[in-house]
Structure formats: C-alpha cells, structure tokens
Design a protein around this ligand. Structure first.
Ligand SMILES: [Ca+2]
Ligand SMILES: [Ca+2]
Ligand SMILES: [Ca+2]
Length: 227
C-alpha cells in the first residue's frame, strides 16, 4: 500500500487559504500542529480507492515501529451543520490502531464533545491495526518547513473510500468539512486544533469540499480530488 506523492495532496483551506496553526501552542512538540499559508498545516487526497489525510507536526510522532501514546486525527462535518461533528478518524497511538468513531450524542460548539461510538461507549465502527506503518505513517517534510526551530514531520493516514463513504453516509460528490486535531488519547480532544478562530467549533471547520472544486474551475484539475 502506498501513499500519494507530496504533490498529490490537496491543502485543506479556510476562507480561501490553506489552514494554519502556530508552533508551540501544544505540548509536546509531537502533538503540535504547525503550518502557514506557504506550508499548509493539513491536506487530503482521494485516488478513487482510499481517502488520505496529512497533518504537519512540529516533531516526529513515531516511536519505535509505531506512534507515541497520543492521538492525531480529523473530525468530519457531514451534515452541513458546522457547530457539530459527526465522525472522528483517529490515529490511536496508545493502541496503535486507526479508528473511525461516530459522534452519536452531539454537543453544539463544544471542544469536549467526545465520540460515543454506535454503542455509546466509544467503540469504533471501524478499526484497523497500524502494522509496519501500513495505514498510518510519518515522515520528515521535504519542503523545508521548520516551525518551532527544527525540521517538521507529516503524519499521514488513510481509510478505504468504500468504508468511509458507507459509514459516513456520503459519496465522492458529497461536501465535507474537516477539523484536524491532536490529543492525549482517542477520546479527548485536548491538545491542538487547526486554526482555532474565535474558539468556536463552527468557525474552525475547513471549507466544504465542494468549495474547493468550485474555486478550481478553469484550473488544471489535480490528479487526486474528490471529484
Ligand atoms: Ca500548533
Ligand atoms: Ca455537523
Ligand atoms: Ca458526543
């Protein structure tokens, strides 16, 4: 299984520019999302088979043949109501799994709204072990970004599109918003959030994916896109 090339990832945007995040607003550095308009903080990609996500981190999140005991992930707004998220996709460094969990009891505009899972106890609807960095990996950035004073790293993870689409109840033509985060564990969003404007969840979600395609009309289409 291979990941897209760097130039196949699409920057996640908000207000027409790539999402950003300051260095050293979360500790440790491995949970510190970083980025500016030149070095986007988050990306996605879709190749027709898998949907990929990428986040720029201050420091390398790997430990031995897995990840440190933190969590890195993305919240999805699928229903167009940006004050709530519907699903979380998380690299769970404690269990070394990649998990997709529904947020069945929603608290509007709360950053402490944990994903209950279909069973009400946080059990993922989809969970796969991370073996040999197969579905989640990290690597040093090759674009030279060095927020926080040293070279940064990307964490990359992906899910099969068929799984993501059926669980989230969407299609490749659906509109999504993303909110990337890091945390102490998979059920507690307490480290870093992308681009937290005004401390309101509804203002922190990225633009809808159909806004990306609209803005790209007339431009050369990327090889990997939601459309
Ligand atoms: Ca940060
Ligand atoms: Ca929502
Ligand atoms: Ca909840």
């Amino acid at each position: 299984m291979s990941f897209p090339n760097d130039n196949q990832y699409v920057p996640v945007t908000l207000d027409g520019v790539p999402v950003t995040d300051p260095a050293r607003d979360a500790f440790p550095d491995e949970t510190d999302i970083v980025g500016n308009s030149s070095f986007p903080a988050a990306y996605y990609a879709y190749d027709g088979t898998n949907v990929y996500f990428r986040m720029r981190l201050n420091a390398d999140p790997r430990f031995r043949n897995g990840f440190l005991n933190f969590a890195w992930g993305v919240l999805f707004d699928t229903d167009g109501v940006a004050s709530t998220y519907e699903w979380s996709l998380t690299v769970n460094g404690l269990d070394n799994t990649l998990e997709l969990v529904p947020n069945t009891v929603q608290i509007p505009n709360s950053f402490n709204d944990q994903a209950e899972g279909a069973d009400g106890r946080g059990v993922p609807s989809f969970s796969v072990p991370i073996i040999n960095f197969g579905v989640a990996r990290a690597k040093e950035v090759e674009d030279g970004s060095a927020f926080g004073g040293t070279g940064n790293s990307f964490i990359d993870f992906f899910v099969p599109a068929a799984t993501l689409f059926s669980l989230l109840g969407i299609t490749a033509a659906s509109s999504l918003r993303f909110l990337f985060f890091t945390s102490t564990n998979a059920n507690n969003f307490n480290k870093d959030f992308i681009d937290l404007k005004g401390s309101v969840l509804s203002a922190a979600f990225s633009e809808r994916t159909d806004d990306y395609s609209r803005r790209r009309l007339g431009r050369r289409r990327r090889r990997i896109d939601f459309y």
